[in-house]
Design a protein around this ligand. Structure first.
Ligand code: GZL
Length: 331
């Protein structure tokens, strides 16, 4: 047998052993020892959402002692309610979910409480009659994210000598009724109240997707191109708005072009920031898996947990972003 053939067979043997070993749960992790978690995710509407899903799946893995049951609600709250009810019937140990919208959860969470299944909310938050209906929330402060954006915009416009000149703003909102949309929208609306020269041209829903925003922005551009700022509530919307504006012959930049504000700070969004097409990208951190794992492990040991965990987040702008910063990002 030639040396080359031997090397190929040897590599194959290692690979096979490697993949067989990896696929087998650890010896003591027979199904009964695994912690059974039902996870209801909103959908897969954005790069951010995909990163959020991957983070939960990576943390709640068989290797870490979990049996994860995953359900994609495809942007329907009804599907999330149905999935949570199924998790209860399957008698899971924990329920984890990212609520599409803020309200409408009392009844199903009452069912989980009666079944004595702890509920951990990730990402967006909810409004409930009884705070005892969930055990913990890990996510972001969306009003604070929006305030970072409008304060940055106020400073930029002042630097550009536009403090008292009309600033015409197109506002592309995220999924209406989601806490992410509510917080980011409130920050902009409060800023418009305190800046009399800021004018809201129109407020439309882009549903956190590039495709919907491309359509919506295209329709707006048929009405007017007198736009100074487009405030998008995530990177998918920003990219859709930029696609439409560039097709209509508008430039997106801070040097006489349309100033585009965005949220999430995904790698794709930051690439646009590096090109100067997104002026500011406020980070919204999707990597919540490790926090969920830590909470569940503490609950398993009967240790006290933090009920509310808001993840630290930063922001990036077209003046300071560089390739190294983007390459260092996990999503
Ligand atoms: C924010 C999250 C939002 C993201 C969007 O925490 O709920 O939903 O900003 C995603 O990208 O669709």
């Amino acid at each position: 047998m030639s040396k080359r053939m031997f090397a190929i067979i040897a590599c194959l043997a290692v690979l096979l052993c490697g993949c067989v070993k990896e696929a087998q749960p650890a010896a003591d992790a027979s199904k009964d020892n695994l912690i059974k978690v039902g996870f209801s995710q909103v959908g897969a509407e954005s790069e951010w959402r995909v990163a959020n899903t991957e983070s939960i799946k990576a943390a709640l893995s068989i290797k870490n002692g979990y049996e994860l049951i995953f359900d994609d609600a495809r942007q329907e709250q009804e599907n999330q309610i149905r999935a949570i009810r199924t998790f209860i019937q399957q008698n899971v140990d924990y329920i984890v979910f990212s609520p599409k919208v803020k309200t409408g959860w009392n009844s199903i969470l009452q069912e989980a409480k009666e079944a004595q299944i702890p509920v951990i909310i990730i990402d967006r938050n909810i409004e409930v009659e009884d705070e005892g209906l969930y055990t913990a929330h890990i996510g972001s402060d969306f009003l604070k994210e929006g305030e970072k954006a409008v304060q940055w915009l106020e400073k930029l416009l002042e630097k550009q000598g536009r403090k008292d000149k009309p600033v015409r703003i197109v506002h592309i909102q995220g999924t209406i009724g989601s806490s992410a949309q509510i917080g980011r929208t409130n920050a902009l609306e409060q800023a418009i109240k305190r800046n009399s020269n800021w004018k809201m041209v129109t407020q439309e829903c882009g549903d956190f997707t590039r495709a919907k925003t491309y359509e919506v922005m295209g329709a707006i551009l048929k009405q007017t191109k007198d736009i100074d700022v487009v405030y998008c509530e995530n990177d998918g919307e920003a990219l859709g708005a930029i696609d439409a504006m560039e097709e209509a012959g508008l430039k997106c930049n801070v040097n006489g072009g349309v100033i585009v504000i965005s949220f999430d700070a995904t790698k794709l969004g930051l690439e646009y920031c590096l090109k100067g097409k997104i002026a500011l990208d406020v980070e919204c951190n999707p990597l919540q898996g490790p926090y969920v794992n830590e909470i569940i492990q503490k609950l398993q040991r009967g240790e006290p947990i933090e009920r509310e965990k808001l993840i630290d987040e930063t922001q990036f702008d077209c003046f300071t972003i560089n390739k190294k910063m983007i390459d260092g990002r996990q999503y």
